[in-house]
Design a binder for this molecule. Structure first.
Ligand SMILES: CC(C)(COP(=O)(O)OP(=O)(O)OC[C@H]1O[C@@H](n2cnc3c(N)ncnc32)[C@H](O)[C@@H]1OP(=O)(O)O)[C@@H](O)C(=O)NCCC(=O)NCCS
Length: 303
């Protein structure tokens, strides 16, 4: 199978000392250091879960042993797998590694990973939440430039404030999924892409592929967007685009049936992991001192 969709509920994860130290041993040293620098536990947990999701998919689907996986970042921050061509005993994985692309997102209470064989992939998860310190209309005003006039009409005509926020975050996840698939990050003019939503409702347990994207006013029929809900509040969009360098011959492989996100437990997340570094008790002590989230975020709730 050529698709992986995994989710981990970081918001529900209260790591034990053993879990946190084990997780820290199983990610690359520079990523362990990066995770350790987050001020809030919420951010540290979601970044840690993201690293474990990435390593797990490489190990599980490409077959590279955990301890041999080397993840790097593009100049704009997108994680990628260093192809194991250089190393003689790993060169047998190189062809398969070159066929896969993957991406992750963490927001709200969830971290998600999407991986696809033979297509570019980008993923974004957004929790529908009331804006922390302003009214919905003020929040939308600040965000005006992120969406086109057509998109704002759709968002603002979708009903109650809660429904408008849901439509807003749905569009946001779609835009981000595309930006993340192409890897540009900040700096892309978001007005260039416009989404036309499928009329089908998005319901939990189902994946919709009917939403279309226009880029510079032209419909991009090569791109497919998968939309789903992890729960009532978490919208996920997965962007699937043509591979930059065709790897399976001149034609892209047909799309596999859309798969729902599978929720992993911490035991599943770590089940293939092997330690890369020594145990570091001070890492736990530092984690324990972190507050879960900024006061404003902890008290922000959906209606
Ligand atoms: C960094 C960015 C890629 C996504 O940031 P984000 O939405 O805050 O965060 P997400 O949780 O969805 O994704 C973060 C993950 O994306 C991955 N990522 C980072 N840079 C990336 C890039 N250039 N391309 C693709 N993926 C990237 C990383 O794995 C990162 O997690 P990690 O650092 O823990 O490994 C970037 O697109 C951004 O900052 N966008 C905001 C632009 C904007 O204004 N969007 C409005 C949309 S309407």
């Amino acid at each position: 199978m050529g698709s992986v969709r995994w989710a981990f509920r970081c918001g529900d994860w209260t790591p034990t000392r053993a879990e946190w130290l084990r997780a820290a041993r199983c990610v690359q040293r520079e990523e362990k250091d990066r995770v350790g620098q987050f001020v809030f536990a919420k951010d540290a947990k979601s970044a840690m879960a993201g690293r474990l999701l990435l390593r797990r998919v490489v190990c599980h689907r490409i077959g590279i042993p955990w301890s041999e996986i080397r993840l790097k970042r593009s100049p704009r921050g997108k994680p990628y797998l260093e192809l194991p061509e250089a190393s003689a005993h790993l060169s047998r994985f190189a062809a398969e590694a070159g066929r896969w692309s993957f991406n992750l997102s963490h927001q709200g209470d969830c971290a998600v990973l999407a991986a696809e064989r033979g297509l570019q992939v980008g993923v974004d998860v957004m929790k529908v939440a009331m804006p922390g310190s302003s009214s919905v209309s003020e929040f939308f005003r600040i965000m005006t430039r992120q969406f086109t006039e057509y998109e704002w009409r759709v968002i603002q005509s979708s009903g109650s404030e809660r429904q408008q926020l849901a439509a807003f975050y749905r569009h946001w996840a779609l835009k981000e999924s595309f930006i993340k698939a192409i890897g540009t990050g900040l700096g892309f003019n978001l007005q260039r892409v416009e989404f036309h939503l499928t009329p089908e409702p998005i319901t939990e347990g189902q994946v919709q592929r009917g939403t279309k994207m226009q880029l510079d006013e032209e419909e991009e029929s090569d791109w497919v967007f998968e939309e789903s809900l992890l729960d009532a509040d978490h919208h996920v969009a997965v962007a699937l685009g043509p591979q930059i360098k065709p790897v399976d011959g001149p034609r892209a492989p047909p799309l596999a049936p859309a798969a729902s996100f599978k929720l992993l437990s911490f035991s599943e997340l770590i089940s293939l992991a092997t330690p890369l570094t020594e145990e570091d008790p001070a890492y736990w002590e530092s984690f324990q001192r972190k507050a879960e989230a900024p006061q404003r975020q902890s008290s922000t709730h959906t209606q």
